[in-house]
Write a protein that binds this ligand. Structure first.
Ligand code: RB5
Length: 149
């Protein structure tokens, strides 16, 4: 792993502490964390943060992205509106592994009101360690992409 592997992180106001812990964690795993905030706990709107992170992944500036809100659901929905993004919410490590191996996801979403920090970091590790299996899954992922046309 080299520092050229860039991962963007973003959240709404409900997940700032967890996002910052994840930023430190992925850095310790050799990733360059591109943490685009926000940094204050002032109430904010998750769609803009999900979209901003997703655009950095879709453009190729970052290889992967992690977004967080209270449940992980709203910011995931926003990220998935950006063409080329496949983002899923995970609250367990099996789903996080499958999200990469079968769905070739390029973004992970977490709910700060759903998972504690310990589990969240394990989920992140599972997501980062897994690789897309291709094969029959490639056809299905291509079919998802075709829906964007
Ligand atoms: C904010 O109150 C909350 O709605 C948001 O963090 C998220 O859970 C939405 O999906």
């Amino acid at each position: 792993m080299t520092a050229s592997k860039r991962i963007v992180l973003s959240s709404d106001h409900g997940a700032i502490e967890l996002r910052q812990a994840i930023a430190a964690h992925v850095t310790s795993r050799g990733w360059l964390a591109v943490d685009i905030g926000p940094t204050t706990s002032e109430s904010t709107n998750y769609p803009e943060h999900g979209a901003a992170a997703a655009r950095l992944v879709a453009s190729g500036d970052c290889q992967l992205g992690i977004v967080l809100c209270g449940t992980g659901q709203g910011i995931m929905m926003a990220a998935n509106k950006v063409k080329g993004i496949r983002c899923g919410v995970c609250a367990d490590t099996f789903s996080a592994r499958m999200l990469r191996e079968h769905n070739d996801a390029n973004m992970l979403s977490l709910g700060a009101r759903v998972v504690g920090q310990g589990l969240a970091l394990d989920i992140v590790d599972a997501f980062l360690a897994a690789e897309f299996e291709g094969g029959r899954h490639a056809l299905r992922v291509d079919m998802i992409s075709a829906l964007e046309a």
